[in-house]
Design a protein around this ligand. Structure first.
Ligand code: SAM
Length: 185
């Protein structure tokens, strides 16, 4: 990925960035990091591009079109510093559990792609998905660095950058958040 940015600096990625508000605001706030937003639906990606093009262009932000199942064909091991999962699709049916972006298979992939001190931040309004994810990350030997069952009423709310879904759905109930890291030696 190094070639696509002007400056080689820490790499932050978001899987399923939707219309891109969150990653754009992050890239604007932190020129000292590089950001890649990943989205599998072309129509959603197009909406993000349109939106971002109306704003100031940022040399530290790129958007990519692919499905997260392809992650290991795109990134090299140990290349990613920070991974965001925001309001990932819940896939509530048990037979679809493997598609959840916090399933064991995905957590294994993230472990390989993340740097030694890399972290994953996950936010959702979906309690079922959050409970599943807490269980999945602990079973897969990730360390829970931070957990909130009501992000918007916590001290961290001040620095929180909201996503489109977050703005829309936080009126209905709490936003859950966890920050996890791998227990690598
Ligand atoms: N993160 C945005 C937000 O919080 O506003 C969008 C949330 S939306 C519920 C989930 C997004 O993730 C959708 O745009 C969907 O197309 C995308 N997505 C879901 N599974 C994906 C996958 N396997 N790879 C890439 N994108 C994915």
């Amino acid at each position: 990925y190094h070639d696509i940015f002007e400056i080689n600096q820490p790499l932050y990625i978001e899987i399923g960035m939707g219309k891109g508000d969150f990653i754009y605001q992050n890239a604007l706030k932190h020129p000292e990091n590089n950001y890649i937003g990943i989205e599998k639906f072309p129509s959603v990606l197009a909406a993000a591009i349109n939106k971002i093009n109306k704003n100031q262009s940022l040399p530290n932000l790129k958007l990519m079109h692919f499905d997260a199942i392809e992650l290991e064909n795109v990134f090299e091991n140990g290349e990613i510093d920070h991974l965001f999962l925001n309001f990932s699709d819940p896939w509530p049916k048990k037979r679809h559990a493997k598609r959840r972006l916090t399933s064991s298979a995905f957590l294994d992939v993230y472990r390989r792609l993340l740097k030694k001190d890399g972290v994953i931040e996950f936010k959702t309004d979906n309690r079922g998905l959050f409970e599943y994810s807490l269980q999945s990350v602990t079973e897969n030997n990730y360390h829970l660095d931070y957990v909130s069952l009501d992000l918007h009423n916590s001290p961290e709310a001040n620095d929180n950058i909201m996503t489109e879904y977050e703005r829309k759905f936080s009126v209905n109930g709490p936003i859950y958040k966890m920050i996890i890291s791998d227990c690598k030696e």
